[in-house]
Design a binder for this molecule. Structure first.
Ligand code: ADP
Ligand code: MG
Length: 857
């Protein structure tokens, strides 16, 4: 029969990953690193006897002694490594009853060196993290341990808190709903929550505290999004006593691939609806309409500026029914007034702009073309809308934003651990300069990874899966079924119910429940249906989380956990993650993927041809084949898609890098002003007087009038307000530039270069505007006006902070997404050479295959 030609059974993908893993492991680069650790491990082991005989009090005293030495700089963390690791090992033995294995010490030492350690699921990475966390916390500068969700942050802190606590160190937790400190005496037992094992030690020892207290702890556990958001929140804070974080010294990222790769496509953004009420624009539009050029304001056509005269200000105050616009209403009103006047004096309908469908559309001054979608910043567009009587668009304003990449790159030292990093080695290295080092397992791996079974169509695959599950289930062997989407998860669940197979479904985003369900997946007869990523970070023990030795043994005799993948994921990493659920700590276990020629991955990469071939040979649809050709094709498809996603993340990063330099500079300046840094205040004042020499006298007079201290205070407050307001405007402008360079990408110019060029220009203009705006306000500055403005400013910042917190809890801890991954029906622009076209996202892969590239938004 012809079809035998195809039946060439091959080692599947995972085996070959394991092979290259071993190759590399014994290859020179990893080997060198690991060999260098051997004597260190021996010395840690040699210390064991000494610490073993100490009383609890002596052990703590030894730890505090080490703490004092490292903190004072007498010895470095490197010098302290042997003792610190030996202390942690002893403390872990006493508190958790776990003696860290040598491979765990190796993992810990690699993390201390700022590497990514690839350690399989169940190797005890949570405990591994305590070694470098403790060691580096001895500097007193704070260590951040980053986890994928709130539940894991609490679990790990409460679990590992005992180890640190016995050594006299404090532990904090950052959650989206609150902050906690580990406190061995705090028992806040919630009636609904009973403790049932390591996966559920949750609130017992966690005492609520302030954010700042949690960051002031020696070691702080928290999620990636909360660490990132707190950084942004700190930088819109106006009261220095409320600053939460105290620096970014060392971060250990658990499940690092999930955080730095899978989530790296969604930047963190704090935004809130613009505070300005639309009425203000129409109030000022009416005032500006009644003011007379020459008398109330002077226009300078060349500079494109309009400045109000004293008569103009008085007339305005009269219309508003107030005494003094500066002291009564603050800078914001003045700015509104100026913008409204500008809208009247300098912008003419059908010249600078046109009015279309209730919208003000900008006309490009050089080409005369309309530019729909673009908006003038700084409230000018709204002022013109009010002037023309069209709807004033309320905008959601971005107060702060950053990508995960740039957040995590701020740490002086970064390290991470995961079961699956090697397939993304290149990305970790190019983006984060992080090297991946695989650490050998504690026990020999016994898991069997079967070859993929390939079916002609979805229907046949489904039927075969159900049969297989039924078959295994009757033996009692636990099965974990992984699905690529919630949709197929639900479909399979319905089919299993119909077939009479009881099972647990896991696709929700309730991490706490998720932890429990997944922990139970190793029990006899358990059938658990999960999306591939669900329950990451929770260990599946054979027999269940609290199984006796006999119960565990019984499941081991059944063959351990059987992992059945219902589809290959786009990234090999995610498939490996699923397989890694089985065979922990040398347990028995097996894995197998079921693939159909109708799976998205296969469809895109030439599955049809093979499918019709299989039909031609008369292979029944529920008959699988194992075929080298197809396996290779799958791998190629995965590698290609991985590369494509990597590219798109690189793009996002390349754009954010432009903003990142600006953000760092502005935040630094802001921080100094907030902390009343004299040198910074002086530098700013000098900049103002150098640009506007007339102000030297003005400032001198103000100094006499208010006194040096009061003047310095209102000056720095004023500067801070200007920086904040203009920075928010700038962020908006950068967003506009980003979309506009994209439009120009059709030409020869590189959009990124354009963005860089225009972004830098906009930044320089913003810096000038800060000085100019300060100079404008200085002559009329009064402490009362600044205080008034400060109040408004605080309200705004509070609104942004509140909305960042509100949104987080509302949307289930998902970060607020700006550059979200497009939906299947959303359009994207693609280009190949000079040609561009707009296609639906679901059609994208086909084009990518043909060499098209996405034009970044
Ligand atoms: P990982 O994160 O690597 O998948 P976990 O940190 O969740 O693994 O730990 C898995 C299980 O291994 C936990 O139940 C833990 O108690 C156990 N464990 C970790 N280290 C040790 C050790 N040194 N000795 C015995 N058990 C350990
Ligand atoms: Mg883990």
């Amino acid at each position: 029969m012809g079809f035998y030609v195809f039946v060439i059974i091959v080692q599947n993908r995972y085996t070959s990953v394991t092979m290259s893993f071993l190759d590399r492991f014994f290859g020179p680069s990893y080997q060198k690193e690991l060999t260098s650790l051997a004597p260190i491990i021996a010395r840690i082991n040699a210390q064991e006897a000494q610490y073993e005989i100490m009383t609890a009090a002596d052990l703590k005293a030894a730890s505090l002694d080490l703490f004092a030495k490292v903190k004072s700089g007498e010895i470095t963390p490197d010098d302290a490594l042997i003792d610190a690791f030996a202390l942690i090992r002893e403390s872990s033995k006493r508190t958790l009853g776990l003696r860290p294995y040598d491979v765990q010490l190796i993992g810990g030492a690699l993390l201390h060196r700022g590497k990514i350690t690839e350690m399989r699921t169940g190797e005890g990475k949570t405990l591994v993290g305590t070694l470098p966390a403790y060691l580096n916390a001895l500097t007193g500068k704070g260590v951040h341990v980053v986890t994928v969700n709130d539940y894991l942050a609490r679990r790990d802190a409460a679990w590992m808190g005992q180890v640190y606590n016995a050594l006299g160190l404090t532990v904090g937790v950052i959650n989206s709903g609150g902050s906690y400190l580990y406190d061995s005496t705090h028992i806040d037992k919630d009636a609904e929550r009973d403790d049932v094992g390591s996966y559920k030690i949750v609130y017992e020892f966690l005492r609520p505290c302030t954010r700042k207290e949690a960051y002031d702890a020696d070691i702080t556990y928290g999620t990636n999004s909360e660490f990132g958001f707190d950084y942004l929140r700190d930088n819109i804070e106006f009261d220095p006593s409320r600053i939460r974080q105290r620096g970014h010294v060392f971060a250990i990222v658990d499940e690092i691939d999930s955080i730095l790769i899978d989530e790296a496509r969604t930047p963190l953004i704090i935004s809130a609806p613009a505070q300005d009420s639309e009425d203000l624009y129409s109030v000022f539009a009416n005032i500006a309409r009644s003011l007379k050029p020459g008398e109330h304001y002077v226009v300078d056509e060349k500079l494109r500026s309009a400045s109000l005269t004293n008569t103009g200000i008085e007339a305005t105050e009269k219309m508003l029914g107030i005494e003094n616009i500066y002291s009564d209403k603050g800078v914001k009103y003045v700015h509104h007034l100026e913008t409204a006047v500008k809208a009247w004096a300098l912008y003419t309908k059908d010249k600078e702009y046109v009015v279309r469908d209730d919208e003000v559309v900008i006309v490009d001054e050089f080409t005369g073309r309309m530019q729909p979608g673009r908006r003038w910043s700084d409230g000018l567009h709204q002022a013109i809308e009010a002037k023309e009587g069209v709807s004033v668009q309320r905008e959601s304003r971005t107060y702060a934003s950053i990508t995960y990449q740039n957040y995590f790159r701020m740490y002086s030292k970064l390290a991470g651990m995961t079961g699956t990093a090697l397939t993304s080695e290149e990305e970790f290295y190019t983006v984060y300069k992080l090297e991946v080092i695989p650490v050998p397992t504690n026990k020999k791996v016994q898991r069997i990874d079967h070859n993929d079974l390939i079916f002609q169509n979805e229907k046949g695959k489904f039927a075969a899966i159900i049969n297989r599950v039924k078959e295994i289930h009757t033996t009692g062997q636990p099965i974990l079924i992984g699905t690529a989407s919630i949709e197929s998860n639900e479909r399979l669940s319905a089919a299993l119910s119909k077939a009479g197979v009881p099972h647990q479904v896991l696709n929700a985003k309730n991490h706490e429940r998720e932890g429990e369900i997944i922990a139970d997946a190793g029990k006899v007869k358990a059938v658990t249906l999960a999306t591939n990523m669900a329950g990451r970070g929770v260990d599946i023990k054979l027999g269940g989380p609290q199984a006796t030795a006999e119960e565990a043994e019984a499941v081991r005799n059944l063959g351990g956990l059987f992992v059945l993948g219902t589809e290959r994921h786009e990234a090999r990493r995610i498939d490996n993650q699923l397989r890694g659920r089985s065979g922990r700590q040398g347990d028995k276990g097996a894995t197998q993927f079921y693939v159909s020629m109708e799976d998205p991955l296969m469809r895109i990469f030439g599955g049809d041809r093979v499918k019709s071939l299989m039909g031609t040979f008369g292979i029944p649809e529920d008959q699988p084949i194992e075929m080298k050709l197809i396996s290779r094709q799958l791998e190629a498809a995965q590698t290609r898609i991985e590369g494509f996603h990597f590219d798109s993340r690189k793009q996002i990063l390349a754009y954010d890098d432009v903003l990142n330099l600006q953000r760092a500079a502005i935040y630094q300046r802001r921080e100094r002003l907030l902390k009343r840094d004299r040198a910074e205040e002086q530098a700013l004042e000098t900049e103002v007087t150098e640009t506007f020499p007339d102000l030297v006298e003005v400032i001198a007079n103000k100094r006499i009038k208010f006194g040096d201290e009061v003047f310095a205070q209102i000056f720095s407050q004023l500067a801070l307000q200007m920086i904040d307001n203009l920075w928010v405007d700038h962020l908006e402008l950068m967003g506009h530039i980003r979309s506009s360079v994209n439009l120009r990408a059709y030409g020869q110019r590189d959009p990124l270069n354009e963005y860089r060029r225009e972004g830098t220009r906009a930044y320089t203009e913003m810096l000038e505007a800060i000085i100019r705006r300060i100079a404008e306000v200085l002559p009329t500055i009064e402490p009362a006006a600044v205080a008034k403005e400060e109040e408004l400013h605080q309200q705004q910042a509070q609104a942004a902070l509140a909305s960042s917190e509100g949104k987080l809890t509302q949307s289930n801890n998902q970060p607020i997404i700006a550059d979200k991954v497009p939906g299947r029906n959303e359009s994207v622009t693609i280009a190949k050479g000079q040609e561009t076209k707009v296609v639906k996202y679901k059609k994208l892969e086909q084009f990518i295959k043909e060499g098209w590239q996405i034009v970044p938004k």
